[in-house]
Design a protein around this ligand. Structure first.
Ligand code: GLA
Length: 382
């Protein structure tokens, strides 16, 4: 967590609102494996990171509420009883959505002021949106003694995203951001919303992110389309989610679904299995197997689930050429953002340098490399 970030929201809050705020840090996340499995009731394997959103929040007696996004140099005044979604793509929808979902649960909050700033690169697929939602719900819960559990808070964040942002996301991002544990990744069962922590120490290997620095448009509607396709196959199979289906079950309805949807559902069933195998591989310190599962995940996301893009595929292909990269895949919703790479520590710098050059040659733009620390979830900063 960046102390600088915290100090920035704190001093901005004090100079604007002349009060001492409550300070909150809410992290972004990575995901080792288990992509597009969360809304299918499956397993995911995320971890909170040391980048995220800092929030300074306090009650307001001005007769209205104010939210300020320092990164965007944008301030919005609003009244709690007149909330409706702003135009698509507006940052304030994350704040409004959380407030509205709290109110939907018959919890009473009063006016408040909040100042927000983040250090998660936009569009990197590291869930700045979940971090933002969680910072708001966590802060309001504290300020107005709402007695919400962490699980209730993440469900509020998720609903805000569904109803105010328009993305029918699963629970992975909000969960990882809220429940993260330092130096651990969480094997999360998205059906029960319970997780098992795995201490991550890959000895002479490490995780490295490479950001394509692209975010292709239409990714939100493509995301929602994938989710509906999965739900329609599950309905046909008469199961609650694809988590409850096997490859054999799917084969039996092959002639009732399009080849595209067959491949998508097959991907989900296989990815849920890979995620559980990845946890075993980590338990056994078997990084070769973990890496192979990560490459297989990308292959499915690229060819079966079709949520990758040229830039991501290029980065993974570069990784495959280097024997010191045990696994690489696109991370998050897709259509841009980062790849996650399992790489020998001794090779990380050389690989990052060579990929930067080849990426620039190919796409005439820069990629960015990040090393992240696995960190604690949303918390108050003293
Ligand atoms: C986005 C969503 C998550 C999850 C991933 C894909 O990050 O917010 O719920 O579905 O995509 O794994």
């Amino acid at each position: 967590m960046s102390t600088k970030l915290i100090n920035e929201v704190k001093s901005s809050f004090k100079s604007t609102f002349k009060k001492d705020p409550l300070l909150i840090f809410s992290p972004g996340r990575i995901n080792i494996i288990g992509e597009h499995t969360d809304y299918n009731g499956g397993f995911v394997f995320p971890a909170a990171v040391d980048k995220g959103i800092a929030a300074a929040i306090q009650k307001s007696d001005a007769g209205h509420s104010t939210a300020i996004a320092l990164d965007l140099d944008s301030a919005i005044e609003f009244e709690l009883d007149k909330l409706k979604p702003s135009k698509e793509g507006s940052w304030e929808n994350y704040v409004f959505g959380v407030v509205a979902e709290i109110q939907n649960r018959n919890k009473v909050i009063g006016d408040f002021n909040i100042v927000l700033k983040g250090d998660i690169p936009a569009g990197s697929g590291m869930s700045s949106s979940a971090a933002l939602e969680n910072s708001v719900v966590f802060g309001l819960n504290e300020l107005f003694d709402l007695s919400l559990t962490k699980t209730e808070m993440i469900l509020i964040s998720q609903k805000a995203e569904h109803n105010y942002v328009g993305v029918n996301c699963g629970i992975m991002d909000q969960y990882a951001s809220m429940f993260g544990i330092k130096n651990n990744a969480l094997l999360l069962d998205c059906r029960t919303i319970e997780s098992k922590p795995y201490e991550i120490d890959f000895k002479d290997h490490q995780l490295m992110l490479i950001n394509t620095n692209v975010k292709h448009s239409l990714s939100d509607s493509a995301y929602n389309d994938r989710r509906s396709a999965c739900e329609s196959v599950a309905a046909l199979l008469k199961v609650a989610t694809l988590r409850d289906a096997s490859e054999e079950d799917l084969e039996k309805v092959m002639d009732k679904i399009t080849p595209e949807n067959y491949q998508k559902a097959l991907y989900v069933i296989q990815e849920i299995d890979r995620t559980q195998k990845a946890a075993k591989a980590i338990e056994n310190n078997d990084l070769e197997t973990l890496g192979a599962l990560i490459y297989a995940s990308h292959n499915g996301l690229q060819h079966q689930y079709k949520v990758s893009c040229e830039e991501l595929d290029f980065l993974v292909a570069q990784a495959k050429k280097n024997k010191k990269v045990l696994g690489a895949r696109m991370m998050g919703g897709g259509f841009g953002g980062c790849t996650i790479n399992l790489i020998a520590k001794s090779e990380a710098k050389a690989f990052a340098d060579s990929v930067a050059i080849s990426y620039k040659n190919k796409f005439n733009k820069e990629c960015s490399v990040y090393f992240v620390e696995l960190s604690d979830g949303t918390h108050i900063v003293q």
